[in-house]
Design a protein. Structure first.
Length: 487
Protein backbone atom coordinates (compact mmCIF):
# COMPACT_ATOMS: atom_id res chain seq x y z
CA UNK A 1 0.00 0.00 0.00
CA UNK A 2 1.28 3.44 -0.90
CA UNK A 3 1.97 5.82 1.98
CA UNK A 4 0.37 9.30 1.68
CA UNK A 5 0.78 12.44 3.75
CA UNK A 6 3.86 14.15 5.17
CA UNK A 7 6.96 12.00 5.71
CA UNK A 8 8.01 11.87 9.35
CA UNK A 9 11.78 12.09 9.90
CA UNK A 10 12.64 9.41 12.43
CA UNK A 11 15.65 9.72 14.72
CA UNK A 12 18.82 7.98 13.58
CA UNK A 13 19.15 4.37 14.78
CA UNK A 14 22.54 2.71 14.85
CA UNK A 15 22.97 -1.05 14.95
CA UNK A 16 26.11 -2.08 16.86
CA UNK A 17 27.13 -5.70 16.30
CA UNK A 18 30.19 -7.14 18.09
CA UNK A 19 31.84 -10.56 17.95
CA UNK A 20 30.75 -12.68 20.92
CA UNK A 21 33.90 -12.25 23.02
CA UNK A 22 34.70 -10.16 26.11
CA UNK A 23 37.18 -7.73 24.52
CA UNK A 24 34.84 -7.05 21.59
CA UNK A 25 31.60 -6.72 23.57
CA UNK A 26 33.31 -4.53 26.15
CA UNK A 27 34.70 -1.93 23.77
CA UNK A 28 31.66 -1.88 21.47
CA UNK A 29 29.30 -1.45 24.41
CA UNK A 30 31.38 1.54 25.51
CA UNK A 31 30.93 3.00 22.05
CA UNK A 32 27.19 2.25 22.25
CA UNK A 33 26.99 4.15 25.53
CA UNK A 34 28.86 7.12 24.07
CA UNK A 35 26.40 7.31 21.17
CA UNK A 36 23.43 6.89 23.52
CA UNK A 37 24.76 9.75 25.68
CA UNK A 38 24.64 11.91 22.55
CA UNK A 39 20.95 11.04 22.11
CA UNK A 40 21.36 8.54 19.27
CA UNK A 41 19.06 5.51 19.33
CA UNK A 42 21.15 2.34 19.48
CA UNK A 43 20.37 -1.33 18.95
CA UNK A 44 23.08 -3.52 20.48
CA UNK A 45 23.05 -6.96 18.90
CA UNK A 46 24.62 -9.72 20.98
CA UNK A 47 24.60 -13.47 20.53
CA UNK A 48 22.08 -15.15 22.84
CA UNK A 49 24.85 -16.90 24.71
CA UNK A 50 26.89 -13.77 25.45
CA UNK A 51 23.83 -11.71 26.26
CA UNK A 52 22.74 -14.23 28.92
CA UNK A 53 26.16 -13.92 30.50
CA UNK A 54 26.10 -10.13 30.33
CA UNK A 55 22.73 -10.06 32.10
CA UNK A 56 23.98 -12.55 34.70
CA UNK A 57 27.02 -10.52 35.71
CA UNK A 58 26.12 -6.86 35.10
CA UNK A 59 23.33 -4.36 35.51
CA UNK A 60 23.38 -3.36 31.81
CA UNK A 61 19.61 -3.64 31.50
CA UNK A 62 19.03 -1.02 34.20
CA UNK A 63 22.02 1.06 33.16
CA UNK A 64 20.93 1.41 29.55
CA UNK A 65 17.20 1.78 30.29
CA UNK A 66 17.79 5.48 30.91
CA UNK A 67 18.87 6.07 27.28
CA UNK A 68 15.87 6.77 25.03
CA UNK A 69 15.56 4.29 22.18
CA UNK A 70 18.29 1.93 23.46
CA UNK A 71 17.54 -1.70 22.59
CA UNK A 72 19.31 -4.96 23.26
CA UNK A 73 18.58 -7.67 20.68
CA UNK A 74 20.03 -11.15 20.30
CA UNK A 75 21.06 -13.43 17.46
CA UNK A 76 22.27 -17.07 17.45
CA UNK A 77 26.00 -17.70 16.97
CA UNK A 78 25.31 -20.88 14.98
CA UNK A 79 27.08 -23.26 17.40
CA UNK A 80 25.48 -26.17 19.24
CA UNK A 81 23.97 -25.18 22.58
CA UNK A 82 26.50 -27.23 24.60
CA UNK A 83 29.56 -26.06 22.63
CA UNK A 84 32.40 -24.93 24.96
CA UNK A 85 32.69 -21.38 23.65
CA UNK A 86 34.95 -20.13 26.45
CA UNK A 87 38.73 -19.93 26.61
CA UNK A 88 40.67 -20.73 23.45
CA UNK A 89 37.51 -21.95 21.65
CA UNK A 90 36.63 -18.39 20.60
CA UNK A 91 37.91 -19.16 17.08
CA UNK A 92 34.96 -21.56 16.67
CA UNK A 93 32.65 -18.61 17.34
CA UNK A 94 34.49 -16.51 14.72
CA UNK A 95 34.18 -19.22 12.06
CA UNK A 96 30.59 -20.01 12.91
CA UNK A 97 29.38 -16.41 12.82
CA UNK A 98 31.21 -15.70 9.58
CA UNK A 99 29.60 -18.74 8.00
CA UNK A 100 26.06 -18.74 9.38
CA UNK A 101 24.91 -15.35 10.61
CA UNK A 102 24.39 -13.46 7.34
CA UNK A 103 20.82 -14.62 6.46
CA UNK A 104 19.63 -14.18 10.05
CA UNK A 105 21.00 -10.64 10.21
CA UNK A 106 19.38 -9.78 6.88
CA UNK A 107 16.03 -11.10 8.04
CA UNK A 108 16.21 -9.16 11.32
CA UNK A 109 16.91 -5.93 9.44
CA UNK A 110 14.21 -6.45 6.82
CA UNK A 111 11.52 -7.49 9.30
CA UNK A 112 12.05 -4.44 11.50
CA UNK A 113 13.03 -6.50 14.60
CA UNK A 114 15.95 -4.18 15.24
CA UNK A 115 13.97 -0.93 15.52
CA UNK A 116 11.41 0.69 17.81
CA UNK A 117 8.22 2.67 17.20
CA UNK A 118 10.03 6.04 17.32
CA UNK A 119 12.98 4.88 15.21
CA UNK A 120 11.89 1.79 13.31
CA UNK A 121 14.70 1.73 10.76
CA UNK A 122 18.36 1.01 11.24
CA UNK A 123 20.00 3.98 9.53
CA UNK A 124 23.62 3.05 10.25
CA UNK A 125 25.47 -0.16 11.02
CA UNK A 126 28.66 -0.39 13.06
CA UNK A 127 29.83 -3.98 12.83
CA UNK A 128 32.86 -5.76 14.23
CA UNK A 129 35.72 -5.82 11.70
CA UNK A 130 36.30 -9.52 12.37
CA UNK A 131 33.02 -10.19 10.53
CA UNK A 132 34.67 -9.24 7.26
CA UNK A 133 32.34 -9.11 4.29
CA UNK A 134 29.05 -10.61 5.44
CA UNK A 135 27.74 -7.58 7.32
CA UNK A 136 28.91 -5.37 4.45
CA UNK A 137 27.05 -7.56 1.90
CA UNK A 138 23.83 -7.18 3.89
CA UNK A 139 24.30 -3.43 4.39
CA UNK A 140 25.01 -2.89 0.68
CA UNK A 141 22.00 -4.93 -0.39
CA UNK A 142 19.69 -2.97 1.92
CA UNK A 143 21.31 0.41 1.24
CA UNK A 144 22.37 1.06 4.85
CA UNK A 145 25.72 2.81 5.42
CA UNK A 146 28.20 0.66 7.34
CA UNK A 147 31.31 1.36 9.40
CA UNK A 148 33.58 -1.35 10.69
CA UNK A 149 34.94 -1.24 14.21
CA UNK A 150 38.36 -2.90 14.43
CA UNK A 151 38.83 -3.79 18.10
CA UNK A 152 42.62 -4.10 17.84
CA UNK A 153 45.29 -1.45 17.35
CA UNK A 154 45.93 0.46 14.11
CA UNK A 155 49.37 -1.17 13.86
CA UNK A 156 47.81 -4.62 14.03
CA UNK A 157 45.27 -3.78 11.35
CA UNK A 158 48.08 -2.37 9.18
CA UNK A 159 50.19 -5.50 9.50
CA UNK A 160 47.20 -7.83 8.90
CA UNK A 161 46.59 -5.93 5.63
CA UNK A 162 49.95 -7.22 4.40
CA UNK A 163 49.37 -10.94 5.12
CA UNK A 164 48.80 -11.68 1.40
CA UNK A 165 52.16 -9.97 0.63
CA UNK A 166 53.88 -11.98 3.37
CA UNK A 167 52.57 -15.18 1.81
CA UNK A 168 53.37 -14.16 -1.74
CA UNK A 169 56.92 -13.03 -0.92
CA UNK A 170 57.61 -16.30 0.94
CA UNK A 171 58.06 -14.55 4.33
CA UNK A 172 55.33 -16.89 5.57
CA UNK A 173 55.28 -19.69 6.59
CA UNK A 174 57.73 -19.39 9.47
CA UNK A 175 60.27 -22.19 9.17
CA UNK A 176 60.56 -23.51 12.70
CA UNK A 177 61.99 -22.19 15.96
CA UNK A 178 65.30 -21.07 14.47
CA UNK A 179 63.39 -18.76 12.12
CA UNK A 180 61.57 -16.81 14.85
CA UNK A 181 63.95 -13.84 15.04
CA UNK A 182 63.97 -13.18 11.28
CA UNK A 183 62.78 -9.63 10.51
CA UNK A 184 59.63 -9.23 8.43
CA UNK A 185 60.20 -6.97 5.44
CA UNK A 186 56.76 -6.73 3.85
CA UNK A 187 55.03 -4.53 6.42
CA UNK A 188 56.00 -0.93 5.57
CA UNK A 189 57.26 1.05 8.56
CA UNK A 190 57.94 -2.03 10.69
CA UNK A 191 60.95 -3.48 8.82
CA UNK A 192 63.39 -2.74 11.63
CA UNK A 193 61.62 -4.37 14.56
CA UNK A 194 58.80 -6.75 13.56
CA UNK A 195 60.05 -10.35 13.77
CA UNK A 196 58.37 -13.62 12.83
CA UNK A 197 58.02 -14.14 16.58
CA UNK A 198 55.83 -11.04 16.79
CA UNK A 199 53.26 -12.26 14.28
CA UNK A 200 50.10 -13.93 15.62
CA UNK A 201 50.26 -17.60 16.62
CA UNK A 202 48.20 -18.57 13.59
CA UNK A 203 51.16 -17.51 11.40
CA UNK A 204 53.25 -20.24 13.02
CA UNK A 205 51.95 -22.84 10.64
CA UNK A 206 53.75 -25.01 8.14
CA UNK A 207 51.16 -24.35 5.49
CA UNK A 208 49.80 -20.91 4.57
CA UNK A 209 46.47 -22.40 3.59
CA UNK A 210 45.73 -22.69 7.32
CA UNK A 211 42.01 -21.78 7.72
CA UNK A 212 42.47 -19.19 10.49
CA UNK A 213 45.34 -17.43 8.71
CA UNK A 214 43.29 -17.34 5.52
CA UNK A 215 40.18 -16.10 7.32
CA UNK A 216 42.02 -13.24 9.04
CA UNK A 217 43.78 -12.22 5.81
CA UNK A 218 40.49 -12.25 3.98
CA UNK A 219 38.33 -10.40 6.55
CA UNK A 220 40.99 -7.71 6.87
CA UNK A 221 40.84 -7.04 3.12
CA UNK A 222 37.05 -6.85 3.32
CA UNK A 223 37.28 -3.89 5.72
CA UNK A 224 38.29 -1.76 2.71
CA UNK A 225 34.68 -2.02 1.51
CA UNK A 226 33.21 -0.28 4.58
CA UNK A 227 32.45 3.45 4.35
CA UNK A 228 34.75 4.09 7.28
CA UNK A 229 36.67 2.46 10.12
CA UNK A 230 36.52 3.10 13.83
CA UNK A 231 39.74 2.43 15.73
CA UNK A 232 40.06 2.25 19.48
CA UNK A 233 43.33 4.18 19.55
CA UNK A 234 44.51 7.78 19.72
CA UNK A 235 46.51 9.92 17.35
CA UNK A 236 49.46 10.57 19.67
CA UNK A 237 49.94 6.81 19.99
CA UNK A 238 49.46 5.63 16.41
CA UNK A 239 48.93 8.73 14.22
CA UNK A 240 51.50 7.83 11.51
CA UNK A 241 50.17 4.31 10.97
CA UNK A 242 46.59 5.62 10.89
CA UNK A 243 47.68 7.99 8.08
CA UNK A 244 49.24 5.05 6.22
CA UNK A 245 45.98 3.08 6.42
CA UNK A 246 44.10 6.13 5.14
CA UNK A 247 46.35 6.51 2.12
CA UNK A 248 46.42 2.82 1.30
CA UNK A 249 42.78 1.81 1.61
CA UNK A 250 40.43 3.44 4.10
CA UNK A 251 40.30 7.22 3.68
CA UNK A 252 37.85 7.78 6.52
CA UNK A 253 38.96 6.65 9.98
CA UNK A 254 37.60 7.75 13.35
CA UNK A 255 40.25 7.25 16.04
CA UNK A 256 38.21 7.54 19.22
CA UNK A 257 40.23 5.70 21.85
CA UNK A 258 40.92 4.89 24.53
CA UNK A 259 37.15 4.35 24.54
CA UNK A 260 36.89 3.49 28.23
CA UNK A 261 38.64 6.76 29.10
CA UNK A 262 36.50 8.76 26.68
CA UNK A 263 33.35 7.25 28.20
CA UNK A 264 34.56 7.87 31.75
CA UNK A 265 35.36 11.49 30.87
CA UNK A 266 31.89 12.01 29.37
CA UNK A 267 30.10 10.28 32.26
CA UNK A 268 32.02 12.34 34.80
CA UNK A 269 31.13 15.53 32.96
CA UNK A 270 27.44 14.60 32.63
CA UNK A 271 26.96 13.42 36.19
CA UNK A 272 29.47 15.60 38.06
CA UNK A 273 31.45 12.52 38.91
CA UNK A 274 28.58 10.61 40.53
CA UNK A 275 28.63 7.76 38.00
CA UNK A 276 30.99 4.77 38.41
CA UNK A 277 32.84 3.40 35.40
CA UNK A 278 30.53 0.97 33.70
CA UNK A 279 31.24 -2.75 33.94
CA UNK A 280 30.56 -4.90 30.89
CA UNK A 281 31.99 -8.08 32.39
CA UNK A 282 31.03 -11.54 31.27
CA UNK A 283 32.43 -12.96 34.51
CA UNK A 284 31.61 -12.59 38.19
CA UNK A 285 33.63 -9.58 39.39
CA UNK A 286 35.25 -10.07 42.79
CA UNK A 287 35.51 -6.65 44.47
CA UNK A 288 37.29 -8.04 47.54
CA UNK A 289 40.63 -7.45 45.83
CA UNK A 290 40.12 -3.69 46.19
CA UNK A 291 39.97 -4.09 49.98
CA UNK A 292 43.17 -6.12 49.79
CA UNK A 293 44.84 -3.48 47.60
CA UNK A 294 43.83 -0.79 50.11
CA UNK A 295 46.15 -2.44 52.64
CA UNK A 296 49.20 -2.47 50.32
CA UNK A 297 51.93 0.17 49.98
CA UNK A 298 51.90 2.52 46.94
CA UNK A 299 53.17 0.91 43.72
CA UNK A 300 54.16 -2.27 45.57
CA UNK A 301 51.83 -4.73 43.80
CA UNK A 302 52.05 -6.37 40.40
CA UNK A 303 48.63 -7.07 38.89
CA UNK A 304 48.53 -10.31 36.88
CA UNK A 305 45.76 -11.04 34.39
CA UNK A 306 45.66 -12.84 31.07
CA UNK A 307 42.27 -11.58 29.88
CA UNK A 308 39.20 -13.56 28.96
CA UNK A 309 40.48 -16.04 26.35
CA UNK A 310 43.99 -17.17 27.33
CA UNK A 311 44.42 -20.74 28.51
CA UNK A 312 47.66 -22.22 29.86
CA UNK A 313 49.00 -25.52 31.14
CA UNK A 314 49.31 -26.27 34.83
CA UNK A 315 53.07 -26.25 34.30
CA UNK A 316 52.99 -22.64 33.03
CA UNK A 317 50.75 -21.59 35.90
CA UNK A 318 53.25 -23.04 38.40
CA UNK A 319 56.18 -21.27 36.68
CA UNK A 320 54.33 -17.96 37.02
CA UNK A 321 53.52 -18.70 40.64
CA UNK A 322 57.12 -19.54 41.58
CA UNK A 323 58.41 -16.52 39.67
CA UNK A 324 55.96 -14.19 41.41
CA UNK A 325 56.64 -15.57 44.88
CA UNK A 326 60.43 -15.48 44.34
CA UNK A 327 60.25 -11.85 43.18
CA UNK A 328 59.20 -10.96 46.74
CA UNK A 329 56.73 -8.41 45.42
CA UNK A 330 53.04 -8.35 46.30
CA UNK A 331 50.77 -9.64 43.55
CA UNK A 332 47.10 -9.66 42.67
CA UNK A 333 46.40 -12.51 40.27
CA UNK A 334 43.26 -13.16 38.22
CA UNK A 335 42.85 -16.92 37.80
CA UNK A 336 39.70 -17.48 35.73
CA UNK A 337 38.02 -20.83 36.42
CA UNK A 338 38.80 -21.85 32.81
CA UNK A 339 42.36 -20.45 32.69
CA UNK A 340 44.09 -23.82 33.07
CA UNK A 341 43.58 -26.50 30.46
CA UNK A 342 43.32 -30.14 31.39
CA UNK A 343 42.00 -32.13 34.27
CA UNK A 344 40.70 -30.19 37.23
CA UNK A 345 41.46 -26.83 35.58
CA UNK A 346 42.48 -23.91 37.76
CA UNK A 347 40.27 -25.12 40.61
CA UNK A 348 42.63 -27.98 41.35
CA UNK A 349 45.53 -25.72 42.33
CA UNK A 350 44.05 -22.32 43.07
CA UNK A 351 43.08 -22.92 46.71
CA UNK A 352 46.47 -24.50 47.40
CA UNK A 353 48.34 -21.58 45.79
CA UNK A 354 46.21 -18.99 47.57
CA UNK A 355 46.97 -20.62 50.92
CA UNK A 356 50.69 -20.84 50.19
CA UNK A 357 50.78 -17.23 49.06
CA UNK A 358 48.57 -15.60 51.64
CA UNK A 359 51.30 -13.34 52.91
CA UNK A 360 52.10 -11.63 49.65
CA UNK A 361 49.51 -12.56 47.06
CA UNK A 362 45.79 -12.32 46.48
CA UNK A 363 43.85 -14.29 43.88
CA UNK A 364 40.43 -13.74 42.36
CA UNK A 365 38.44 -15.32 39.53
CA UNK A 366 37.79 -11.97 37.84
CA UNK A 367 38.75 -8.44 38.93
CA UNK A 368 37.32 -4.97 38.35
CA UNK A 369 40.32 -4.33 36.09
CA UNK A 370 39.95 -0.62 35.36
CA UNK A 371 39.59 0.06 39.09
CA UNK A 372 42.54 -2.18 39.91
CA UNK A 373 44.84 -0.49 37.40
CA UNK A 374 43.88 2.93 38.75
CA UNK A 375 44.64 1.85 42.33
CA UNK A 376 47.71 3.57 43.89
CA UNK A 377 49.04 0.21 45.19
CA UNK A 378 49.48 -1.17 41.66
CA UNK A 379 52.94 -0.61 40.20
CA UNK A 380 53.01 -3.06 37.28
CA UNK A 381 50.81 -5.25 35.10
CA UNK A 382 51.74 -8.73 33.91
CA UNK A 383 49.37 -9.02 30.96
CA UNK A 384 48.50 -11.10 27.90
CA UNK A 385 48.59 -7.84 25.87
CA UNK A 386 44.96 -7.84 24.76
CA UNK A 387 44.27 -4.46 23.23
CA UNK A 388 41.73 -3.37 25.86
CA UNK A 389 44.10 -4.31 28.67
CA UNK A 390 46.96 -2.50 26.95
CA UNK A 391 44.91 0.70 26.60
CA UNK A 392 43.65 0.47 30.17
CA UNK A 393 47.24 0.13 31.40
CA UNK A 394 48.38 3.07 29.26
CA UNK A 395 45.66 5.35 30.65
CA UNK A 396 46.46 4.31 34.23
CA UNK A 397 50.19 4.91 33.62
CA UNK A 398 51.06 1.36 34.73
CA UNK A 399 54.10 -0.27 33.04
CA UNK A 400 53.60 -3.77 31.62
CA UNK A 401 55.25 -7.17 31.39
CA UNK A 402 53.78 -8.83 28.30
CA UNK A 403 53.12 -12.53 27.90
CA UNK A 404 50.98 -12.60 24.74
CA UNK A 405 48.85 -15.60 23.96
CA UNK A 406 46.77 -15.15 20.83
CA UNK A 407 45.95 -13.17 17.68
CA UNK A 408 46.91 -9.47 17.86
CA UNK A 409 48.61 -9.79 21.24
CA UNK A 410 52.07 -10.73 19.89
CA UNK A 411 52.23 -7.50 17.89
CA UNK A 412 50.88 -5.42 20.77
CA UNK A 413 53.61 -6.66 23.08
CA UNK A 414 56.33 -5.81 20.54
CA UNK A 415 55.01 -2.25 20.32
CA UNK A 416 54.77 -1.94 24.13
CA UNK A 417 58.43 -2.92 24.57
CA UNK A 418 60.23 -1.78 21.41
CA UNK A 419 58.27 1.17 20.08
CA UNK A 420 56.46 2.86 22.96
CA UNK A 421 58.95 1.66 25.62
CA UNK A 422 56.26 1.29 28.26
CA UNK A 423 56.99 -2.28 29.28
CA UNK A 424 58.93 -5.50 28.78
CA UNK A 425 58.17 -8.41 26.50
CA UNK A 426 58.58 -12.03 27.66
CA UNK A 427 56.74 -13.74 24.80
CA UNK A 428 57.43 -17.43 24.16
CA UNK A 429 59.11 -17.93 27.53
CA UNK A 430 57.47 -19.25 30.66
CA UNK A 431 60.14 -19.89 33.21
CA UNK A 432 60.15 -18.98 36.91
CA UNK A 433 63.61 -17.35 36.71
CA UNK A 434 62.52 -15.13 33.80
CA UNK A 435 59.28 -14.17 35.56
CA UNK A 436 61.21 -13.24 38.69
CA UNK A 437 63.75 -11.18 36.70
CA UNK A 438 61.04 -9.41 34.69
CA UNK A 439 59.12 -8.44 37.83
CA UNK A 440 62.26 -7.22 39.50
CA UNK A 441 63.33 -5.21 36.40
CA UNK A 442 59.91 -3.61 36.02
CA UNK A 443 59.26 -2.86 39.68
CA UNK A 444 62.80 -1.99 40.82
CA UNK A 445 65.81 -2.04 38.46
CA UNK A 446 64.38 -0.29 35.40
CA UNK A 447 61.42 1.33 37.10
CA UNK A 448 62.49 4.97 36.68
CA UNK A 449 63.32 4.66 32.98
CA UNK A 450 60.06 2.86 32.06
CA UNK A 451 57.94 5.05 34.31
CA UNK A 452 59.01 8.16 32.43
CA UNK A 453 57.58 6.96 29.13
CA UNK A 454 54.51 5.42 30.78
CA UNK A 455 53.64 8.68 32.52
CA UNK A 456 54.03 10.64 29.29
CA UNK A 457 51.85 8.19 27.34
CA UNK A 458 49.18 8.36 30.07
CA UNK A 459 49.21 12.15 29.79
CA UNK A 460 48.73 12.00 26.02
CA UNK A 461 45.94 9.41 26.30
CA UNK A 462 44.04 11.60 28.76
CA UNK A 463 44.59 14.67 26.60
CA UNK A 464 43.06 12.89 23.62
CA UNK A 465 39.76 12.16 25.40
CA UNK A 466 39.30 15.51 27.11
CA UNK A 467 37.43 18.38 25.47
CA UNK A 468 39.34 19.52 22.37
CA UNK A 469 41.47 16.34 22.25
CA UNK A 470 41.74 14.28 19.04
CA UNK A 471 39.53 11.36 20.12
CA UNK A 472 36.98 13.71 21.69
CA UNK A 473 36.69 15.68 18.43
CA UNK A 474 36.62 12.54 16.25
CA UNK A 475 33.70 11.18 18.26
CA UNK A 476 31.84 14.46 17.64
CA UNK A 477 32.46 14.01 13.88
CA UNK A 478 31.20 10.42 14.01
CA UNK A 479 28.02 11.51 15.82
CA UNK A 480 27.48 14.31 13.30
CA UNK A 481 27.96 11.93 10.36
CA UNK A 482 25.50 9.42 11.84
CA UNK A 483 22.91 12.18 12.33
CA UNK A 484 23.37 13.50 8.77
CA UNK A 485 22.57 10.12 7.20
CA UNK A 486 19.23 9.82 9.03
CA UNK A 487 16.59 8.56 6.61
C1 LIG B 1 40.64 -10.16 22.80
C2 LIG B 1 42.00 -9.74 22.21
O1 LIG B 1 43.03 -10.20 22.97
C3 LIG B 1 42.09 -8.26 22.03
O2 LIG B 1 43.36 -7.85 21.68
C4 LIG B 1 41.08 -7.91 21.01
O3 LIG B 1 41.22 -6.63 20.58
C5 LIG B 1 39.76 -8.20 21.66
O4 LIG B 1 39.64 -9.57 21.98
P1 LIG B 1 40.75 -10.35 25.50
O5 LIG B 1 41.70 -11.46 25.36
O6 LIG B 1 39.56 -10.59 26.28
O7 LIG B 1 40.34 -9.74 24.09
O8 LIG B 1 41.61 -9.17 26.16
P2 LIG B 1 41.41 -7.62 26.26
O9 LIG B 1 41.28 -6.98 24.93
O10 LIG B 1 42.50 -7.13 27.10
O11 LIG B 1 40.02 -7.45 27.00
C6 LIG B 1 39.76 -7.96 28.27
C7 LIG B 1 38.80 -7.04 28.99
O12 LIG B 1 38.35 -7.70 30.15
C8 LIG B 1 39.43 -5.72 29.42
O13 LIG B 1 38.57 -4.66 29.14
C9 LIG B 1 39.60 -5.89 30.92
O14 LIG B 1 39.42 -4.71 31.66
C10 LIG B 1 38.52 -6.86 31.28
N1 LIG B 1 38.93 -7.66 32.45
C11 LIG B 1 39.93 -8.58 32.35
C12 LIG B 1 38.27 -7.45 33.64
O15 LIG B 1 37.39 -6.59 33.74
N2 LIG B 1 38.65 -8.20 34.71
C13 LIG B 1 39.61 -9.14 34.66
O16 LIG B 1 39.87 -9.79 35.68
C14 LIG B 1 40.29 -9.34 33.43
Amino acid sequence: MEHRGPQVAHPARVLIFPLAAQGHVNSMLKLAELLALAGIHVTFLNTNHIHDRLLRYTDVRARFAKYPGFLFRTIPDGLEEDHPRAGGRVTDVIFSMNEKTKPVLREMLVSGQLGSVESPLVTYIISDGIFGGFTIDVAEELGVPIIQFRTGSASVFWSFLFFPDLIESGELPIRGKEDMDRLIKSVPGMESFLRCRDLPGFCRVSDTSDPLLQLIAQVTQQSRRAQALILNTFDDLEGPVVSSIQSKCCPKIYTIGPLHALLNAKLTKNTNGSEDPSSNSLFDVDQSCITWLNSQAPKSVIYVSFGSITVMTKHDLMEFWHGLVNSKKGFLWVIRPDLVEGEGGAGSVQAELAEATRERGYMVGWAPQEEVLAHPAVGGFLTHSGWNSTLESIVAGVPMICWPYFADQNINSRFVSEVWKIGLDMKDVCDRKVVEKMVSDLMVERREEIEKSTAEMARLAKKSVNEGGSSYCNLECLIEDIRLTRK
